[in-house]
Design a protein around this ligand. Structure first.
Ligand SMILES: Nc1ncnc2c1ncn2[C@@H]1O[C@H](COP(=O)(O)OP(=O)(O)OP(=O)(O)O)[C@@H](O)[C@H]1O
Ligand SMILES: [Mg+2]
Length: 248
């Protein structure tokens, strides 16, 4: 099983960071040691979502410059002893090069069961660096034509970067809204528009948004929390069926 995964999207704001934090917590709840790497130089958000913002002193740029050893810049999350974060550089200028990312993450990954890299929006240098160490990609998209068109573009960029193992996460899904919008007749049409096989559907869930904002894990029994637990199981190769869409 591949352990280094980049979480990316075409459009910004699709839910990459929310899903990176939530999926990381769900994998940790399965007893796995999980390292999250925030690849969003200058705009990192995982330190806040994981309750580390107040404690953080060092970040990935300090490790690369030799200012801090990796064990000083990797922080344990506030809510799980198995969930760790290497924060993003504080400024965009400090974005790490793809070659250095590949080398650093290759070394760090030996100490974890999973490494999830939260990619920045867009397909620039930060995206290429976030992708460089990864063996597989999760593409986060909301089920609308603008987002899915960008997802298809990102899918092609990932192929160019040599990542053939790609899966789609449809985020913020709400069945009644999906039907009322009428952009697509069903989920198969969404998958076709993205051009990527589906691995999970995450509901639009205010508890998920609140969890990120308040540095808490998503409640286990919330719709978002349960969807993330199913996603974590599938990522580990467990076959978990998709609930009927009207449940979303
Ligand atoms: N499933 C969801 N249900 C409800 N709100 C969500 C969900 N997923 C994401 N959000 C909300 O959408 C907003 C954007 O999410 P997030 O920051 O995770 O996106 P992103 O893709 O990381 O953005 P960026 O491209 O800027 O890095 C946040 O306010 C978040 O709380
Ligand atoms: Mg983000």
């Amino acid at each position: 099983m591949e352990k280094i995964t980049v979480i990316t999207s075409g459009k910004g704001g699709a839910g990459k960071s929310t899903i990176t934090a939530g999926l990381g917590a769900a994998l940790a709840a399965r007893g796995k040691r999980v390292l999250l790497i925030d690849g969003d130089a200058g705009l990192g958000s995982l330190d806040h979502m994981l309750g580390i913002a107040e404690r953080r002193v060092f970040d990935i740029a300090d490790v690369v410059s030799g200012t801090a050893d990796p064990d000083k810049a990797v922080y344990v999350s506030a809510f799980s002893p198995n969930l760790f974060l290497l924060p993003a550089p504080e400024t965009e200028e400090d974005v790490i090069s793809p070659d250095i990312m590949r080398e650093l993450v290759g070394i760090l990954s030996k100490y974890y069961d999973h490494v999830l890299i939260d990619s920045p929006a867009g397909v620039g240098q930060g995206f290429l660096s976030a992708c460089a160490p990864a063996k597989r990609a999760l593409l986060v998209a909301t089920p609308d034509p603008v987002c899915l068109r960008d997802t298809m573009q990102t899918h092609l960029r990932l192929l160019e970067a040599g990542i053939t193992q790609q899966r789609l996460i449809v985020n913020r899904f709400h069945c009644a809204t999906f039907r009322a919008q009428g952009y697509y007749p069903d989920l198969d049409a969404v998958i076709d528009a993205a051009g990527v096989r589906l691995i999970g559907v995450i509901p639009d869930d205010p508890q998920l948004a609140a969890a990120g904002a308040n540095a808490r894990p998503a409640p286990e029994k919330s719709p978002g929390g349960m969807a993330l637990a199913r996603l974590a199981a599938r990522l580990e190769g467990v076959k978990v069926p998709l609930p009927p869409l009207h449940k979303f």
